[in-house]
Design a protein around this ligand. Structure first.
Ligand SMILES: NC(=O)c1ccc[n+]([C@@H]2O[C@H](COP(=O)([O-])OP(=O)(O)OC[C@H]3O[C@@H](n4cnc5c(N)ncnc54)[C@H](OP(=O)(O)O)[C@@H]3O)[C@@H](O)[C@H]2O)c1
Length: 238
C-alpha cells in the first residue's frame, strides 16, 4: 500500500472534529489514516469518506493503550515507511454530566481518567509515531487543545478538562523544544466552540470551520511555527 502522498494520522477520527479533519486533509491530497478506538464506528466513518472519493483508510487506535499505539506504528512502518502528519484530536470531557463541576467537588478518579486520554494519550501516541517522522526529518504534529486550558484567564469549573488541556499545551512546548533544529513542527490549537457531540448543538461553529486551523498547522511550510498555540491561524496566549 505504498504511496507517494504525504501520510496523516488523525486520532478520534470516527466523529466530530477528527472526522472532519480527516476529510479536509484527504481533500488536500493526503493519504489519511482515520483511527478510532471502536472498529465498527471507525470503519464506517472511513468508508463514508472513501465513498466521497477520498484516500482514507481505517486503523484501530485507543490512545489509552500502549499496545494499540505500538500496533499502529508497526502498521504505518510496514505499509508506508513514514509519517508526515499527526493530529492528536481524541479527547474526553467528563467532569460532570450533572453540571456540578466545581474544583471543590472534583473527583481524583475523574481527573486521572481525563489525563489518561487527553494528556498521556497524546504523549503515548506521539512517542510511538514520532520515529516515523524523525527518519525523514519531516513532521507536523497538531495538538487539539482548548481555550479552557489557557492559564492567562483560567476560570473555574471543569477542573479535569481544564488541567488536561493546560498539560497538553505543556507537552506541545516540551516536544517542540526537544525537536528544535528538525523539520518536525509541533503546535497546539483551539478550534473554537464547535457543533460536535462534545460541543453540543448550540455551538456557533461548524466542524469545517473548527478544523481550518488544524489543517493549516498540519500543512505548514518548512521553517513554519513550532511550539505555538493558535486560534483562527493566529497565535493566542497560553
Ligand atoms: N467541540 C468543541 O467545541 C471543542 C472545543 C475545544 C476543544 N475541543 C477538542 O477537540 C477534540 C475533538 O472534540 P470533538 O468536539 O470532536 O468531540 P467528540 O465529538 O466528543 O469526539 C471525541 C473523539 O475522541 C475519541 N476518543 C475519546 N477517547 C478516546 C480514546 N481513548 N482513544 C481514541 N479515541 C478516543 C472519541 O471516540 P468515541 O466515539 O469512541 O468516543 C471521538 O472520536 C477534543 O480534544 C476536544 O477536547 C473541542
Amino acid at each position: 500500500m505504498s504511496t507517494t502522498k504525504k501520510v496523516a494520522v488523525v486520532t478520534g477520527g470516527n466523529r466530530g472534529l477528527g472526522f472532519e479533519a480527516s476529510r479536509q486533509l484527504a481533500k488536500q491530497g493526503y493519504q489519511v489514516i482515520l483511527t478510532s478506538r471502536d472498529e465498527e464506528k471507525g470503519k464506517s466513518a472511513a468508508l463514508k469518506l472513501k465513498n466521497e472519493g477520498l484516500d482514507v483508510i481505517f486503523q484501530p487506535l485507543d490512545v489509552t493503550s500502549d499496545e494499540s499505539s505500538q500496533k499502529l506504528a508497526e502498521f504505518i512502518n510496514n505499509e508506508f515507511g513514514k509519517l508526515d502528519v499527526l493530529v492528536n484530536n481524541a479527547g474526553i470531557y467528563i467532569d460532570s454530566p450533572t453540571g456540578d463541576n466545581s474544583i471543590f467537588d472534583a473527583k481524583i478518579d475523574t481527573l486521572k481518567q481525563t489525563l489518561e486520554t487527553n494528556v498521556y494519550g497524546v504523549l503515548r501516541v506521539t512517542q510511538a509515531l514520532i520515529p516515523l517522522m524523525k527518519k525523514q526529518n519531516y513532521g507536523r504534529i497538531v495538538n487539539v487543545s482548548s481555550r479552557m486550558g489557557q492559564l492567562h484567564d483560567m476560570g473555574g469549573g471543569s477542573p479535569g478538562y481544564r488541567i488536561s488541556k493546560t498539560a497538553l499545551n505543556a507537552l506541545t512546548r516540551i516536544f517542540a523544544s526537544e525537536l528544535q533544529g528538525t523539520d518536525i513542527l509541533v503546535n497546539s490549537m483551539y478550534p473554537g466552540w464547535v457543533q460536535t457531540d462534545m460541543g453540543g448543538k448550540n455551538a456557533p461553529r461548524t466542524p469545517e470551520q473548527g478544523v481550518d486551523t488544524i489543517v493549516w498547522l498540519a500543512t505548514l511550510d518548512d521553517g513554519g511555527a513550532t511550539g505555538g498555540f493558535f486560534r483562527d491561524r493566529q497565535p493566542i496566549e497560553w
